[in-house]
Write a protein that binds this ligand. Sequence first.
Ligand code: ADE
Length: 224
Amino acid sequence: MRIDILTILPDLLQGPFSESIMKRAQERELLTLEIHNIRDYSQNKHKKVDDTQYGGGAGMVMTVQPIVDLIEKLQSERSYDEIIFMTPDGEVLEQELSNDLSLKENLIILCGHYKGIDERIREHFITKEISIGSYVLTGGELAACVLVDSIVRLIPGVINDETSALTDSFQDNLLSPPVYTKPADYKGMKVPDVLLSGNFAKIDKWREEKAMERTRERRPDLLE
Ligand code: ADE
Protein backbone atom coordinates (compact mmCIF):
# COMPACT_ATOMS: atom_id res chain seq x y z
CA MET A 1 0.00 0.00 0.00
CA ARG A 2 1.09 3.56 -0.72
CA ILE A 3 -0.11 6.58 1.25
CA ASP A 4 0.73 10.17 0.28
CA ILE A 5 0.04 12.76 2.98
CA LEU A 6 -0.34 16.43 2.00
CA THR A 7 0.37 18.88 4.81
CA ILE A 8 1.78 22.30 5.68
CA LEU A 9 3.37 20.79 8.84
CA PRO A 10 5.45 17.82 7.66
CA ASP A 11 7.54 17.76 10.86
CA LEU A 12 4.43 17.06 12.93
CA LEU A 13 3.96 13.78 11.03
CA GLN A 14 7.54 12.47 11.01
CA GLY A 15 7.56 11.20 14.62
CA PRO A 16 4.46 9.00 14.64
CA PHE A 17 5.40 7.38 11.35
CA SER A 18 8.95 6.47 12.30
CA GLU A 19 8.15 4.34 15.36
CA SER A 20 6.81 0.90 16.14
CA ILE A 21 4.30 -0.63 13.74
CA MET A 22 4.50 2.20 11.19
CA LYS A 23 8.25 1.83 11.04
CA ARG A 24 8.02 -1.94 10.70
CA ALA A 25 5.41 -1.72 7.91
CA GLN A 26 7.75 0.51 5.91
CA GLU A 27 10.83 -1.63 6.62
CA ARG A 28 8.93 -4.71 5.45
CA GLU A 29 7.93 -2.78 2.33
CA LEU A 30 4.26 -3.33 3.09
CA LEU A 31 3.78 0.44 3.26
CA THR A 32 5.24 3.33 1.27
CA LEU A 33 4.55 6.57 3.06
CA GLU A 34 5.36 9.93 1.49
CA ILE A 35 4.85 13.21 3.31
CA HIS A 36 4.54 16.21 1.00
CA ASN A 37 4.88 19.82 2.07
CA ILE A 38 2.10 21.79 0.35
CA ARG A 39 4.17 24.96 0.69
CA ASP A 40 6.79 23.55 -1.70
CA TYR A 41 4.16 23.73 -4.46
CA SER A 42 3.08 27.32 -3.88
CA GLN A 43 3.72 29.59 -6.86
CA ASN A 44 3.34 32.64 -4.63
CA LYS A 45 6.60 34.51 -4.19
CA HIS A 46 6.28 34.29 -0.40
CA LYS A 47 5.23 30.60 -0.58
CA LYS A 48 1.82 31.56 0.78
CA VAL A 49 -0.69 28.73 1.03
CA ASP A 50 -3.69 30.58 2.48
CA ASP A 51 -5.71 33.74 1.93
CA THR A 52 -8.67 35.70 3.29
CA GLN A 53 -12.22 34.51 2.64
CA TYR A 54 -14.35 35.89 -0.15
CA GLY A 55 -17.38 37.57 1.38
CA GLY A 56 -15.42 38.47 4.51
CA GLY A 57 -15.16 36.73 7.84
CA ALA A 58 -12.47 35.65 10.26
CA GLY A 59 -9.94 32.96 9.49
CA MET A 60 -7.75 32.17 6.52
CA VAL A 61 -8.61 29.62 3.84
CA MET A 62 -6.12 27.29 2.17
CA THR A 63 -5.78 28.20 -1.50
CA VAL A 64 -6.48 26.02 -4.53
CA GLN A 65 -3.23 26.34 -6.51
CA PRO A 66 -0.59 24.53 -4.42
CA ILE A 67 -2.94 21.72 -3.35
CA VAL A 68 -4.30 21.10 -6.85
CA ASP A 69 -0.82 21.20 -8.42
CA LEU A 70 0.40 18.64 -5.88
CA ILE A 71 -2.62 16.35 -6.33
CA GLU A 72 -2.32 16.53 -10.12
CA LYS A 73 1.40 15.77 -9.99
CA LEU A 74 0.70 12.65 -7.89
CA GLN A 75 -2.17 11.60 -10.15
CA SER A 76 0.13 11.83 -13.18
CA GLU A 77 2.39 9.24 -11.53
CA ARG A 78 -0.24 6.65 -10.51
CA SER A 79 -3.96 6.33 -10.03
CA TYR A 80 -5.42 6.74 -6.54
CA ASP A 81 -8.28 4.76 -4.99
CA GLU A 82 -9.31 7.63 -2.74
CA ILE A 83 -8.33 11.24 -2.12
CA ILE A 84 -9.24 11.78 1.49
CA PHE A 85 -9.70 15.09 3.29
CA MET A 86 -9.46 15.08 7.09
CA THR A 87 -12.20 17.38 8.38
CA PRO A 88 -14.52 17.58 11.41
CA ASP A 89 -17.55 17.65 9.08
CA GLY A 90 -16.63 14.37 7.38
CA GLU A 91 -17.91 10.81 7.88
CA VAL A 92 -16.99 9.70 11.41
CA LEU A 93 -14.26 7.05 11.36
CA GLU A 94 -15.35 3.57 12.45
CA GLN A 95 -13.54 0.22 12.25
CA GLU A 96 -15.43 -0.79 9.10
CA LEU A 97 -14.08 2.21 7.17
CA SER A 98 -10.52 1.39 8.29
CA ASN A 99 -11.07 -2.21 7.15
CA ASP A 100 -12.22 -1.01 3.71
CA LEU A 101 -9.33 1.42 3.30
CA SER A 102 -6.77 -1.21 4.32
CA LEU A 103 -7.64 -3.08 1.11
CA LYS A 104 -6.76 -0.12 -1.15
CA GLU A 105 -3.53 0.30 -3.05
CA ASN A 106 -2.95 4.06 -3.28
CA LEU A 107 -4.37 6.74 -1.01
CA ILE A 108 -3.90 10.49 -0.74
CA ILE A 109 -4.69 12.11 2.60
CA LEU A 110 -5.01 15.90 2.69
CA CYS A 111 -4.67 17.66 6.05
CA GLY A 112 -6.60 20.92 6.37
CA HIS A 113 -5.77 23.98 8.45
CA TYR A 114 -7.00 27.45 9.29
CA LYS A 115 -10.70 27.98 8.59
CA GLY A 116 -10.73 25.26 5.96
CA ILE A 117 -9.80 24.70 2.34
CA ASP A 118 -11.24 26.33 -0.74
CA GLU A 119 -14.46 24.43 -1.47
CA ARG A 120 -13.46 23.86 -5.11
CA ILE A 121 -10.80 21.38 -3.95
CA ARG A 122 -13.45 19.39 -2.09
CA GLU A 123 -15.87 19.53 -5.02
CA HIS A 124 -13.46 18.51 -7.76
CA PHE A 125 -10.73 16.40 -6.18
CA ILE A 126 -11.70 14.95 -2.81
CA THR A 127 -13.46 11.56 -2.94
CA LYS A 128 -13.87 10.95 0.80
CA GLU A 129 -14.06 13.24 3.84
CA ILE A 130 -13.25 11.73 7.22
CA SER A 131 -13.62 13.01 10.80
CA ILE A 132 -12.06 11.21 13.75
CA GLY A 133 -14.73 12.49 16.14
CA SER A 134 -17.00 15.36 17.08
CA TYR A 135 -14.39 17.82 18.24
CA VAL A 136 -12.19 20.31 16.42
CA LEU A 137 -8.44 19.85 16.17
CA THR A 138 -6.01 22.59 15.12
CA GLY A 139 -5.31 20.78 11.89
CA GLY A 140 -5.87 17.49 10.10
CA GLU A 141 -2.40 16.10 10.86
CA LEU A 142 -3.18 14.32 14.13
CA ALA A 143 -6.40 13.01 12.61
CA ALA A 144 -4.40 11.69 9.63
CA CYS A 145 -2.06 9.86 12.06
CA VAL A 146 -5.03 8.20 13.72
CA LEU A 147 -6.52 7.17 10.38
CA VAL A 148 -3.22 5.83 8.99
CA ASP A 149 -2.45 3.89 12.18
CA SER A 150 -5.87 2.22 12.12
CA ILE A 151 -5.42 1.25 8.45
CA VAL A 152 -1.79 0.13 8.46
CA ARG A 153 -2.12 -2.33 11.36
CA LEU A 154 -4.69 -4.22 9.27
CA ILE A 155 -2.33 -4.86 6.35
CA PRO A 156 -1.42 -8.57 6.48
CA GLY A 157 2.12 -9.06 7.75
CA VAL A 158 2.34 -5.76 9.62
CA ILE A 159 1.34 -7.15 13.00
CA ASN A 160 3.33 -10.23 13.98
CA ASP A 161 0.51 -12.24 15.49
CA GLU A 162 -1.69 -12.75 12.42
CA THR A 163 -4.88 -13.20 14.38
CA SER A 164 -4.28 -10.21 16.57
CA ALA A 165 -5.87 -7.51 14.40
CA LEU A 166 -8.91 -9.67 13.74
CA THR A 167 -9.61 -10.11 17.45
CA ASP A 168 -9.47 -6.36 18.15
CA SER A 169 -12.32 -4.61 19.86
CA PHE A 170 -14.98 -3.58 17.29
CA GLN A 171 -14.05 -6.22 14.69
CA ASP A 172 -17.16 -8.20 15.63
CA ASN A 173 -18.99 -5.21 17.11
CA LEU A 174 -17.87 -6.32 20.59
CA LEU A 175 -15.31 -4.83 22.93
CA SER A 176 -12.37 -7.10 23.79
CA PRO A 177 -12.40 -9.23 26.96
CA PRO A 178 -9.88 -8.51 29.75
CA VAL A 179 -6.35 -9.92 29.34
CA TYR A 180 -3.72 -10.94 31.92
CA THR A 181 -0.07 -11.95 31.93
CA LYS A 182 2.41 -13.35 34.45
CA PRO A 183 2.54 -13.53 37.41
CA ALA A 184 -0.69 -15.40 38.23
CA ASP A 185 -0.77 -13.81 41.67
CA TYR A 186 0.61 -10.33 42.30
CA LYS A 187 0.34 -9.28 45.96
CA GLY A 188 -2.94 -11.16 46.26
CA MET A 189 -4.41 -9.81 42.98
CA LYS A 190 -5.20 -13.01 41.12
CA VAL A 191 -5.71 -13.96 37.49
CA PRO A 192 -9.12 -15.67 37.01
CA ASP A 193 -8.76 -19.45 37.52
CA VAL A 194 -10.36 -20.32 34.21
CA LEU A 195 -7.43 -18.76 32.27
CA LEU A 196 -4.99 -21.07 34.09
CA SER A 197 -7.14 -24.17 33.59
CA GLY A 198 -5.78 -25.21 30.19
CA ASN A 199 -9.38 -25.95 29.11
CA PHE A 200 -9.56 -23.95 25.87
CA ALA A 201 -13.25 -24.51 25.25
CA LYS A 202 -13.97 -23.06 28.68
CA ILE A 203 -11.52 -20.21 28.12
CA ASP A 204 -13.17 -19.28 24.79
CA LYS A 205 -16.59 -19.32 26.45
CA TRP A 206 -15.35 -17.13 29.32
CA ARG A 207 -13.85 -14.64 26.87
CA GLU A 208 -17.07 -14.45 24.87
CA GLU A 209 -19.07 -13.85 28.02
CA LYS A 210 -16.70 -11.15 29.25
CA ALA A 211 -16.68 -9.43 25.84
CA MET A 212 -20.48 -9.39 25.86
CA GLU A 213 -20.66 -8.17 29.46
CA ARG A 214 -18.19 -5.37 28.80
CA THR A 215 -19.99 -4.28 25.64
CA ARG A 216 -23.37 -4.29 27.39
CA GLU A 217 -21.96 -2.14 30.20
CA ARG A 218 -19.81 0.28 28.24
CA ARG A 219 -21.07 0.41 24.66
CA PRO A 220 -24.64 -0.89 24.49
CA ASP A 221 -25.02 1.03 21.19
CA LEU A 222 -22.77 -1.59 19.53
CA LEU A 223 -25.33 -4.31 20.27
CA GLU A 224 -28.29 -2.51 18.69
N1 ADE B 1 -9.48 18.46 11.49
C1 ADE B 1 -9.85 19.20 12.56
N2 ADE B 1 -10.63 18.49 13.39
C2 ADE B 1 -10.76 17.24 12.84
C3 ADE B 1 -11.44 16.06 13.21
N3 ADE B 1 -12.17 15.98 14.33
N4 ADE B 1 -11.35 14.99 12.42
C4 ADE B 1 -10.63 15.07 11.27
N5 ADE B 1 -9.97 16.14 10.86
C5 ADE B 1 -10.02 17.24 11.63
